[in-house]
Every structure is written in C-alpha cells, then in structure tokens.
Design a protein around this ligand. Structure first.
Ligand SMILES: Nc1ncnc2c1ncn2[C@@H]1O[C@H](COP(=O)(O)OP(=O)(O)OP(=O)(O)O)[C@@H](O)[C@H]1O
Length: 468
C-alpha cells in the first residue's frame, strides 16, 4: 500500500489521460499509480505538465473514474510475472491469465521496463533459422538471434504467414516461443491459442495479448511486458527465445494515440514526434547475449501499401531481414505473397549462407527481375516478339514464380491443399533444377502450390492449377 504523503487527486480527465495533483513529492515517470475501488484502476505516470501535477495514461478506464478521486503512488513501475509458470499460458498486460485455466502462480515479478543490454554483451550468430517456407528461406533467410519483419498492407497475408512460422518453427525449436499480440483482432488470438493447443506445443509457448479492443495505454505497453517475460527466459533461465509480434505497427499507432492525448504536436505524417525513440526503446531490447539468443519475427502493417510510411521505414532500420508481401502477388493467388525483389536479408551473402545458397538466390532474383522488366514489352507486343533467350528467361521466371508459392498447414481448411514444409536444401536443389531448364517441357501449372520439384516427377501433384 502507498505510503502517506504519496497520495494525489485527479484534477482533470481527458479520455484515457488524467492529470493528478500530488501535494508532496511527485512520482517518477513510468510509476504505476492505483485508484478506485480495490485499487482496480491502473494509471502510468507519463509526464509532468506543471509543478506538482502528474499526467498519466489510464490502462483500464471505468465509469468509476471521477474528479477528486484519490490516487496512490506504488513507487514502482508496472510489474509482470516471469518464469516457468507462464509456459502454456495466455496472459494480459498485467500477467493475469485470460485462457480460462485458472490463476497463474508465479513468485517472481519484474518491472516492464528492462535495461538495454550493453553493446559489449551482445552476441551475433550468423546462422540460418529455417522456416520450411521456400520463398523466405531462399530469398530472405531469417537469422538465428536476428530480427525479421513481415511487411504488407491490409489483408496480404501477414497473420497467416506468422501463424505458419509458428506452426513450422515452434515444434522444432528447443527454446521458448513467446507470442505477443498487439492491437489485432481478439478472434485471431483465440484461433492461435486453439491451434497451439491442438498441435501439442502449448507447453513451450507463452502468449501475451493487448488487442484492438483495449486502451492505447495497454497496446503501447504490452510489447514491453512481453519482452520482460522473454528477457527473463533468456537471462535468468538461459533459454533461447523466439519472439513473435503481430503487429508492431499497432505499437506505433498506440504511441501516436497516447501522444495525441498528451497534447503533443504531431510530427511527420501525423505520427508522434517521439516515434523513433519509442520504437528503438522496444526493438533494442530484442537481442542475443551469452546466456541465450532472442530471435524475433514481427508483422508490420504498411498503411495504404506505402512502404515509405515513417512507421514502416523506422521499423525497417531495426531489422536484419525483411519480407515484403505484395498485393499484386496476393491478388494473383501467388501465396505466400512474398515479393522476391523487395525482400532482403543481411545474411544473404556468400559467408552468411554459403556460396551455393547465395548463387541460387541471386540467379533466381536476376531471372525474376529480367522478367519484371520485360512485362511491359510482352503486354504491348506479345511474347513472340522476344528473342529466343528472352523467351527462355520468361519461361523459367514463370515456373520459379509459381514454384515459390506454397500450400500452408494453417490454410488447409479453406484452400483444400495439404500443407508442405520444405527443407532449405530441397528448395535450393529444386530452384537449381528449374534454373537449369530441366523442366522447360512441363506446364507452368505443375509448379503451383507444391513442396519440392520431386512432386512433379512422382505424380504427388494432383491439382493442376495455373495461377495467373
Ligand atoms: N498463404 C495463404 N494461402 C491462402 N490464402 C491466404 C494466404 N495468406 C493469406 N491468405 C488469404 O488472405 C486473407 C488475409 O490474410 P491475413 O489475415 O493474414 O492478412 P493480414 O495481412 O494479416 O491482414 P490485416 O492487416 O487485415 O490483419 C486470409 O484470410 C486468406 O484468405
């Protein structure tokens, strides 16, 4: 309970922002303040507009909130439970169980604001983290201990792809997987939980949610709460951690809402002036140390498909791999809609992935880029006007384009295609064989929604489907 003299009173309420007058010492920024019946209203002290006045974000506003209400200073930031008790559980920003499986018993709690790891203690591993998804493993390999982003506008398949990553990676991964849902639909959270439970991997997964029906304060801080739990697994329990975030843009958006409520002037494209600092504060916590690695995959919503949007560009700068999803490919049914020419990975160098992988990825990109450049000519003059070499390039590119589609396990229900997990080596061999022209006599439809090219030869492919 708060000590005497550390009690304030609410003097103004603006939506989810309140001003509180403290008669004695004011609490520090980041402190958790409590108000209302049973201290049920949580407020975070954020800034200090006037002497003796604290402006705070209310996490759970209720009709109970009123002027003059007393507020207790707890003297500490919001804390969340950490440790083994979280495994297999779905929790909210406070660490309360929301999976209907009873309360969570964890003796340990940690403040949600961690200290960044010093540069000298950070560790970088140049090792590919295989996902079993051909387009990703080949063109934008994810680095173990790195940060990867899935960029795309509305409805191009970010959530489906991140769910497939979880499906393919969690079962194989020896470490702990932590999923953090920020500002997305609650239905998706429920589906994900059910899928994890049915797949029998729940005991290695922690899920933390602050979804779109929650206040901006919750959506703004839930990422920090989740990283506190992840850091504990890495530092105190020496475990490798896989952090999956859907959607980091909603964190930026919540920051912008909070900034507006705080009365700060908006900056570029209406975003908060502190966008870069806030994003860095979250992203810089995701790193590997000697005690364990922390790999992260983050979905990034790109507003109006504009990749120059400040939220997208600032997020780009933190990542070691970025997988760009294209609306054009999605509209052609070429799922996953990974844009081979816009996706990149810092690992895709001869020393990072090996000579062979680098050569095949570069050759695939070159062929697809040449095809892209020829598309206008083909549209105007027809393919017959091209030289024989160019026609061969187009034929190979169209086969590669279709080969890079893949049926997912998580979409089996509505696509009717059985999911495939393709090991990296099979992807490389398949691409090598397509590039060599070995399959130039096969119809393009044979390459659509398959695993490796072996399926073409042995007749596994039963559905002939030409996408475009
Ligand atoms: N790999 C896939 N195979 C088949 N269909 C897909 C695939 N990926 C996405 N889709 C289709 O696209 C729809 C939207 O996908 P998803 O919800 O993942 O998009 P999103 O980018 O997360 O959208 P939002 O930004 O609205 O959350 C899916 O419901 C599905 O119909």
């Amino acid at each position: 309970m708060a000590s005497e003299g550390r009690i304030g009173h609410i003097i103004s309420i603006e939506g989810t922002v309140v001003d509180i007058r403290f008669h004695d010492r004011v609490p520090k920024a980041g402190t958790r303040l409590l108000a209302g019946h049973d201290d049920g209203i949580v407020i975070e002290a954020t800034n200090f507009p006037y002497p003796g006045i604290v402006r705070g974000i209310v996490f759970n506003p209720t009709s109970e909130l009123c002027l003059g209400m007393s507020v207790h200073d707890t003297g500490a930031p919001l804390q969340v439970p950490v440790g083994r008790a979280l495994l297999g559980r779905m929790v909210d920003i406070y660490g309360n169980a929301i999976d209907g499986e009873g309360p969570l018993f964890s003796g340990q709690h940690r403040p949600i604001f961690g200290h960044p790891v010093p540069l000298s203690e950070r560790r970088v591993e140049a090792e590919v983290f295989e996902t079993g998804i051909k387009a990703v493993d080949l063109l934008s390999p994810i680095e173990r201990g790195g940060k990867a982003g899935l960029f795309g506008g509305a409805g191009v398949g970010k959530t489906v792809l991140i769910t497939e990553f979880i499906h393919n990676m969690v079962a194989e991964y020896e470490g702990v997987s932590l999923f953090c849902g920020i500002g997305e639909r609650s239905r998706e959270a429920e589906e994900l939980y059910r899928e994890m439970r049915d797949a029998g991997v729940l005991d290695r997964v922690v899920m933390v949610f602050g979804q779109m029906n929650e206040t901006p304060g919750v959506r703004f801080r839930v990422g920090h709460a989740a990283l506190t739990m992840a850091e504990y697994f890495r530092d105190a329990m020496s475990r490798d951690v896989l952090v999956l975030i859907d959607n980091i843009y909603r964190f930026v958006q919540a920051g912008s809402e909070v900034s507006g409520l705080m009365g700060r002037m908006p900056s570029r494209v209406g975003y908060q002036p502190s966008l870069a600092t806030e994003l860095a504060g979250l992203e810089e916590r995701i790193c590997s140390t000697a005690s364990g690695s922390m790999t992260s995959i983050q979905a990034v919503y790109v507003p109006a498909d504009d990749f120059t949007d400040p939220a997208a560009t600032h997020t780009f700068s933190h990542l070691s791999a970025s997988i760009a999803l294209s609306r054009k490919r999605a509209s052609q049914g070429l799922y996953p809609a990974v844009d081979p020419l816009k996706s990149f990975s810092a690992l895709l160098t001869p020393s990072g992935v090996g000579e062979r992988h680098h050569r095949i990825a570069s050759e695939t990109r070159r062929v697809l880029a040449e095809y892209e450049n020829m598309k206008d000519i083909i549209a105007m003059l027809g393919i017959d006007e091209l030289s024989e070499t160019d026609r061969a390039t187009v034929a190979t590119a169209r086969r590669l384009e279709r080969f890079l589609t893949q049926p997912f396990f998580t979409t089996e229900r509505f696509t009717g295609h059985d999911g495939r997990l393709v090991p990296l080596d099979e992807t490389l061999t398949s691409c090598e064989r397509i590039l060599s022209g070995e399959f130039s006599d096969r119809p393009e439809g044979d390459f659509y929604m398959i695993g490796s090219v072996q399926e073409i030869g042995n007749g596994t492919k039963t559905r002939q489907h030409d996408a475009a």
